[in-house]
Design a protein around this ligand. Structure first.
Ligand SMILES: [Zn+2]
Ligand SMILES: [Zn+2]
Length: 287
């Protein structure tokens, strides 16, 4: 039996599994892309995913890091790759060392510090790009970008040997095409993310919207989280085909969250929205 019951969503053939409740736990994995955004308490189902993209150091997002890395080692897997804000690498190393001493076994890890604008290849044609968020010092979000090479228009219709010849002559016959597949905002206050084209046009947006009641706007401000009023403003400025809402507060019942989203979002936006934690009632995990 798995350690967690996770929500499960499929969008355009891409599976998203995870759990995300504010202050409790947040972990959102896309196994086919081999990435897990944040690690929560390291559910069994995501141990085999090779990359963890950590957005910030809050316990509910990062607590499972040592277990994830250590359990992979125990199962004979390659060391997990952890992308994390550069300013967190020191504390992460300290924690892994302390756990290593406590456990009696060192914990292998590949730690990669990232700053806004950095890219890391999670697959040969898939890059994780970090961007700044407004939550805690150094906090980031990530966009997964598929990078393709396309033949420039003027070379269409050429034969294979002609293309080979041009390449031999050192002619740049391709151009780079970036396709933003998924953006994960992590925890953040409202930021005008529409200014970053790769976020605005990401096919899938995974966004936090923590608070839904008027009297919770102070909490949103204090915790640097998104309130429904700001979330609506954000979503209206973006062009994503699918919106997955995460990090909902346990202070508001899920039925009420659903009602508020339906009421406050324009219909065309509501129709492309999936509430992550609404996808788990009665579902057992098979992963
Ligand atoms: Zn959080
Ligand atoms: Zn946080």
């Amino acid at each position: 039996m798995p350690s967690h019951y996770l929500a499960q969503v499929e969008i355009d053939g891409l599976e998203i599994i995870g759990y995300s409740v504010a202050g409790e736990e947040t972990v959102v994995a896309m196994p086919q892309l081999d990435v897990c955004f944040d690690i929560g308490k390291a559910p069994d189902q995501i141990i085999s995913v090779n990359h963890v993209l950590l957005t910030h150091g809050h316990m509910d997002h990062a607590a499972g890091l040592a277990y994830y890395l250590s359990h992979r080692n125990f199962c004979g897997m390659a060391p997990g790759v952890v992308l994390a804000p550069k300013n967190l690498l020191g504390p992460i190393r300290d924690i892994l060392q302390a756990w290593g001493r406590l456990d009696g076994n060192s914990i292998p890890a590949k730690l990669v510090g990232v700053e806004p604008g950095d890219e890391y290849a999670v697959k040969p044609n898939l890059f994780a790009r970090a961007f700044p968020t407004k939550h805690s010092r150094g906090s980031v979000g990530f966009t997964l970008i598929e990078r393709r090479k396309k033949l420039k228009d003027q070379y269409h219709g050429l034969t294979g040997p002609q293309i080979v010849e041009l390449k031999k002559q050192g002619v740049e016959i391709d151009y780079r095409l970036d396709i933003p597949l998924v953006t994960y905002l992590g925890d953040t206050q409202y930021v005008d993310f529409s200014q970053l084209d790769y976020i605005r046009t990401s096919r899938i947006l995974i966004a936090e919207c923590t608070f839904y009641e008027d009297e919770h706007s102070g909490r949103a401000e204090a915790g640097r989280h998104m309130h429904i009023n700001e979330f609506v403003r954000l979503i209206e400025s973006l062009d994503n085909e699918h919106i997955v809402v995460t990090h909902t507060t346990a202070r508001t019942p899920m039925s009420e969250v659903r009602k508020v989203l339906k009421n406050d979002l324009p219909k065309d936006k509501y129709d492309r929205m999936i509430l992550l934690m609404d996808q788990r009632r009665g579902r057992r995990n098979t992963a």
